[in-house]
Design a protein around this ligand. Sequence first.
Ligand SMILES: Cc1cc2nc3c(=O)[nH]c(=O)nc-3n(C[C@H](O)[C@H](O)[C@H](O)COP(=O)(O)OP(=O)(O)OC[C@H]3O[C@@H](n4cnc5c(N)ncnc54)[C@H](O)[C@@H]3O)c2cc1C
Ligand code: SF4
Length: 497
Amino acid sequence: MNTVTADVVVVGSGAGGGTVAKELVPLVQSGKRVLVLERGPRFRDEEFDGRELEMAEGLYLDSGGFLTSDGAMTLAVGQAYGGSTVTYTGTSMYPPDRIIEAWNVPGLRHDDLMERARKYVRENNVHLLPEKEINDNNRLFFEGARAAGFSPEQFPVNVKGCLGSSLCNLGCPNGAKQGTHKVQLPEAEAGGVEVVTRADVLEVGDRRLKVRVRPKASEAMGTPSEWEPGDYLVKADVVVLAGGVLGTPPLLFHSGFDSHLPRLGQGFTCHPAFILVGEHAEEITNDVGHPKSFFVDRGEEEGYVLETCMYFPFVTAKNLTGFGTDHAVFMDAYPRLQMILVLACDRAILQNRVVADRAGNPIVHYRFTKAVKESLAAATRAAARIFFASGAVRVHAPLADPPRLEKREADRIDSRVLAKHFLPGSVSVSAAHLMGGAGMGVSIEDSVTDSWGKVHGYPWLRVADASLFPDALEINPYLTIMALADRVAEGVLETYS
Ligand SMILES: Cc1cc2nc3c(=O)[nH]c(=O)nc-3n(C[C@H](O)[C@H](O)[C@H](O)COP(=O)(O)OP(=O)(O)OC[C@H]3O[C@@H](n4cnc5c(N)ncnc54)[C@H](O)[C@@H]3O)c2cc1C
Ligand code: SF4
């Protein structure tokens, strides 16, 4: 076993870990050693070629098809230098005031998070795309939403030199998307932080970690690890866990922390989502152009958000309900499809949680509540109205029976789309906004960490990722994760000042 000594070790290099790494550069400049250990590989720019199956296999945990324990929902998380920011779409939303207030975490203020989020809005080049870069799929959503009485808003996105290839969720082939792999991690490395890829942290003990560096298989994408393959014992004064919701809580369980932290794994939420498609009579630009420009936020009123989206043929096929001819009708119409992602704003409940199996792999238990089913039905009705108002002739709606609405039925949407048609397992639900499992709060009675990500009872151990969320954020979370990670980094710097 090789032994390595550092001052600070960060586990994971995604939105949280990448942010902490960059913010700790001053520590390196003062002579300290900061390591980032990342399980996934480091991809070369030319490897992002948009091939759907190969990229999904290389970039995502379980190729993007990680299943909840009952098999009713897939969860998407990235595993790479940059974590899920390599595969996110880059829609950049500030933390909502009402949600941070409702979290009620002593010491966590909305204005503090906003100030930190603004820093990353600048660093990551967040802006609104000009009108000429908006494709038909997005334009139709905007026009249809207005005509149907909704208030669509434009998503700020973090791109630089976007060529509109619409492949964001397979890793941007043009280096345009400004994730932590493009901004914070390169800056951290330039400042002397060491990032080790293919380094799987297996266990965390008192200021020490068991790490396995895996060899690169000859056919695998990405570069070999920066370290020789093998087992390592890494010692550090401060350990920052940023492995994400399917990384951090399972690692803590596997390392035995659950006996001291009764709230570990609780508070899991994920904005369960599915896609709806509307078929137009003529071809529209849908898979060319940035995929996600507009949204309708009904979170506060009705518990859902609608977003524009455009998925690749395999993901689209997987998400459409039906078999044989029913299914083929929509897939044949791919060049004429308009697409909307509906997301439910779920609430933390006791049954929904992340744990680990004996080997330390994540297990997610998730039950769809009545409120979530009602939100998904309301969202589907709203999306169907938007499709028809924008000129669609037919809508694929999994909560209708049969799951297809013709234009002549546009005045019967309310009676055709009902929550009772939501049968877990029969509707293809997926989620990419995983939150909770090591939530912030006051003490071990209600949480795992304090508002600075310090794990209760373990002053050397911090959490700096989406598992800190005590409940759902109700909007796209990456900027809030970065703002929280920024606080964690500040806390680490203070211990050395
Ligand atoms: C397809 C997709 C689209 C999305 N689009 C958006 C969007 O448009 N806007 C938005 O705000 N959010 C979006 N998100 C969500 C956002 O990307 C995540 O919420 C965010 O990246 C989570 O940050 P994190 O630091 O918690 O974890 P991650 O970014 O997932 O990073 C965790 C990293 O830790 C590593 N890791 C885990 N365990 C270990 C271990 N034991 N040892 C070593 N390394 C480990 C993982 O390999 C991973 O690289 C999207 C997500 C996906 C998957
Ligand atoms: S749409 Fe823009 S950001 Fe997305 S993959 Fe294409 S070039 Fe990259």
